[in-house]
Ligand binder design. Structure first.
Ligand code: SF4
Length: 260
């Protein structure tokens, strides 16, 4: 299954000032639109490639449905870290089967990963925050850089209620690190609203969600959470809460104030 995109999507992306202006307009429009409309309007407004990175979590499945069911010209990319749950591969396969469109997979750079494992051990990410972040950098962040190379915009499944850091993020703003427009079309959705959408549209979802997993990443670094725990408490649970439950894909600080 190939992802075919219109030729104009492959042209060079606009400059950051143009993207910032587009982002402001989209951020004003999003509150008045449903999810599919948000993505379609973004696709109309942004002249370059748009990439949606999915980990097949609940939010990402809602966005994937909105893109694939409307055939919106947004690329779907996932990162197969080598440590995913079998259930994640199952929902990946089910999604491709349901919509008849392939999802591009990026794997870690082999030589760098082999060297890291040789030095730190297969589960060396538990030794310190630094080794954990280095593992995430190899398995997720470097492939993300490849996925976003040349893109004009990046669509994510971030919601404000997931964490205090995510609550500070806008609907759309220039991401100065990746030099593109970052779009968070589910920012104002609650988890209940995402579930309602997924059920109404019979969207395939990760079976781990039925077993208490809210945010799903790599198998050795994700556990189920109790009903009263924060959404991302199951990620790297052996670290202190103030050590931020992020893998480096999404950094706090992407806000209109950073539109440079
Ligand atoms: Fe490595 Fe865990 Fe990060 Fe996955 S989540 S890349 S296994 S540290």
């Amino acid at each position: 299954m190939n992802q075919l995109l219109p030729q104009h999507r492959l042209q060079n992306r606009p400059d950051l000032h143009s993207l910032a202006a587009i982002g402001l307009r989209l951020a004003e429009a999003f509150p008045h639109l449903d999810l599919g409309e948000r993505l379609a309007v973004a696709c109309e407004a942004i002249p370059g490639r748009i990439v949606f990175t999915t980990s097949f979590g609940l939010e990402d499945q809602a966005i994937a449905h909105a893109i694939l069911s409307r055939d919106i010209a947004i690329e779907l990319v996932t990162f197969d870290t080598g440590r995913l749950f079998p259930e994640t591969h199952e929902v990946w396969e089910a999604t491709e089967a349901r919509y008849g469109r392939g999802i591009r997979a990026l794997l870690p750079e082999r030589h760098a990963l082999e060297a890291w494992v040789a030095r730190h051990g297969i589960n060396g990410f538990r030794a310190s925050v630094e080794t954990r972040q280095a593992c995430c950098a190899l398995r997720k962040v470097e492939p993300l850089m490849r996925a976003l190379n040349g893109a004009a915009a990046w669509v994510t499944g971030i919601r404000a209620e997931q964490s205090p850091e995510r609550a500070m993020m806008p609907f759309a703003a220039v991401d100065s690190e990746h030099r593109l427009l970052k779009l968070n079309p589910l920012l104002d959705w609650t988890r209940d609203r995402v579930w309602k959408f997924v059920r109404e549209h019979a969207v395939p979802y990760n079976a781990l969600h039925d077993r208490g997993f809210l945010s799903i990443g790599c198998a050795p670094c994700t556990r189920a959470v109790a009903p009263d725990e924060p959404e991302r408490a199951g990620r790297w649970w052996w670290e202190q809460p103030e050590q931020q439950k992020e893998c480096g894909l999404h950094r706090p600080g992407d806000s209109p104030a950073h539109q440079k």
